[in-house]
Design a binder for this molecule. Structure first.
Ligand code: AMP
Length: 235
C-alpha cells in the first residue's frame, strides 16, 4: 500500500496533538483521553525513540546522545518515524500525538502529510508554570517496560517504585535530571513554542487548557468536553 492509498476514500481522520512543555502531562492526558473520548493509538515520539535506543539500532544510536543532553533529534528522523506510524491501520479511526511536532519544520511536514491522508489535526495546549514543571519532572519515575509515567505527588504507583501494570521496577529517565530538564525547557521555548503560532496561522484549532491545579482526571474531562464540542471526540 502506498502512503497516498492508505486513507483514500475514507472519512476524515481526527488527530489530537497534545502540545506543551516537557512534564506538562501530555503522556498522562493521552492515556486518559483514550479511556474516555478518543479512539486510536497514543503515539509518543519520545517513547518511540527510547524503544530504538533500547533495541540498540541505528535510529537509537543517532538519537541517544542528543536525548541524553535534552536536545532535539533531527527533524527528518522524527518525521520519518511519525509518517510510517500514522499509516498503520490502527490509526485510521484517529490517533493522539504526544511530543510531535516540536519544531515549525516538523509542523509544516505534518500539515502537508495530514492534507494528503485526510487527517484533521486539532491541538490541545497544556499550560503549566515552568518551576512546577522542574519539580514535577525531577520527581517522576517511568516504567522501563510499558513506558507509564508516575509522579511522587500527583500520580504515585500503588506500591512505591513498582509499575501498577506489569510489576517492573520504576526508573528515573536520564533526561529528568535538573540540568537536562532546564535544557529541555530552553529548547521548548526556542523551537517548540513557535509551532503554536504556525498552527493558528494555518487554521488548526488550538485549545488552551490549564495543566496544573486540578486532578489529571478533571483536566481530561475538560479536554473531552472541548473535543466533543469541536466534533473531534471519537468515543
Ligand atoms: P519526550 O519523552 O517527549 O519528553 O521526549 C524525550 C526526548 O526525545 C526529547 O527531549 C528529544 O530529545 C527527543 N524527542 C522526542 N520527540 C521529538 C521530536 N518531535 N523532535 C525532536 N526530538 C524529539
Amino acid at each position: 500500500m502506498t502512503s497516498l492509498d492508505s486513507f483514500e476514500g475514507s472519512r476524515p481522520v481526527p488527530a489530537v496533538i497534545l502540545f506543551g512543555a516537557p512534564g506538562s502531562g501530555k503522556g498522562t492526558q493521552a492515556r486518559l483521553l483514550r479511556e474516555h473520548c478518543v479512539n486510536g493509538p497514543h503515539i509518543s515520539t519520545g517513547d518511540m525513540l527510547r524503544q530504538h535506543i533500547a533495541s540498540g539500532d541505528e535510529i537509537g544510536r543517532q538519537s541517544r546522545d542528543m536525548m541524553k543532553a535534552g536536545r532535539l533529534v533531527p527533524d527528518d528522523l522524527v518525521n520519518r518515524l511519525v509518517q510510517a506510524r500514522i499509516q498503520q491501520p490502527d490509526c485510521r479511526g484517529g490517533f493522539i500525538l504526544d511530543g510531535y511536532p516540536r519544531t515549525v519544520n516538523q509542523a509544516t511536514e505534518l500539515y502537508r502529510v495530514a492534507a494528503l491522508f485526510g487527517v484533521e489535526p486539532s491541538v490541545v495546549h497544556l499550560l503549566v508554570d515552568y518551576e512546577k514543571l522542574v519539580a514535577r519532572l525531577s520527581g517522576r519515575r517511568q516504567c522501563p517496560v510499558c513506558g507509564t509515567l508516575y509522579s511522587s505527588k500527583t500520580n504515585p504507583p500503588k506500591v512505591a517504585g513498582i509499575c501498577d501494570r506489569d510489576g517492573a521496577a520504576l526508573v528515573t529517565r536520564e533526561d529528568d535530571r535538573e540540568e537536562v530538564i532546564r535544557e529541555r525547557l530552553r529548547q521548548y521555548d526556542l523551537e517548540t513554542r513557535p509551532v503554536l503560532d504556525y498552527f493558528r496561522q494555518v487554521g488548526v484549532p488550538v485549545v488552551e487548557v490549564e495543566g496544573a491545579g486540578a486532578a489529571p482526571e478533571a483536566i481530561a474531562a475538560g479536554i473531552c468536553s472541548n473535543l466533543t464540542q469541536q466534533g473531534r471526540a471519537t468515543k
